[in-house]
Write a protein that binds this ligand. Sequence first.
Ligand SMILES: Cc1cc2nc3c(=O)[nH]c(=O)nc-3n(C[C@H](O)[C@H](O)[C@H](O)COP(=O)(O)O)c2cc1C
Length: 221
Amino acid sequence: MNVSQAIKQRHSTRAFTQQAVNIEVIKNLINTAKHAPSGVNMQPWQVAVVQGKTKQTLSEGMINAFRNKNTESMDYHYYPTEWVQPYKSRRVETGKKLYEALDIQREDKEKRLAQWEANYRAFDAPIMLLFFIDESLETGSYLDYGMFLQNIMLLAEEAGLATCPQGALGEFPTLIKETLKIDKNKKLIGGMAIGYKDTNHPVNQYRTTRIELDEFCSFYD
Ligand SMILES: Cc1cc2nc3c(=O)[nH]c(=O)nc-3n(C[C@H](O)[C@H](O)[C@H](O)COP(=O)(O)O)c2cc1C
């Protein structure tokens, strides 16, 4: 598989088989992904690889907190507080297509909530990755982090695995840091589901589109 194929083949996968993932494969992925560039080689990434009982404890904790409305503030702002165009429409379109793929109607709040909650179980993938960054680091390091995350996702494709990057896994930073005994001075960025794709599940048939090159790129001579 070449890089172009991996980039085009990758998509956010939201249903996984229960096939176990060899932890050595995950170690190798992360160990290769670390070759991502970063400003002055700061390498701002800190990763928790979570599976088994710990994953279950975290998922149950997040789901309980979500159901009981024990919300927390995220350690940073991932989304804008005010949505402007064209991002507003793109967001609406993405959500609409996702629920259509699952045949969930707009008014079916229960099913929508259940789908959202699946985020906290990393969509039942066997592995949940959680990403932390030192609180002293600035916006530039978040750029570096994105490159590292994309490396993981492309390497996963190469290894026959599928992924879903998840901002939702950054919604309960205190709960997660306390459970994993991670320093408070680390910010939780979010997480990633990783496992083998359930290719038959309707949610995985859904694909997002991209705008045309001339809509976002200008050429100057
Ligand atoms: C940093 C980041 C956080 C995301 N958070 C979530 C999430 O919490 N839940 C989810 O279902 N998808 C999440 N996504 C997936 C996006 O919805 C998805 O990347 C986008 O719609 C484009 O679709 P594609 O990944 O299938 O190409 C996230 C993507 C990124 C890059």
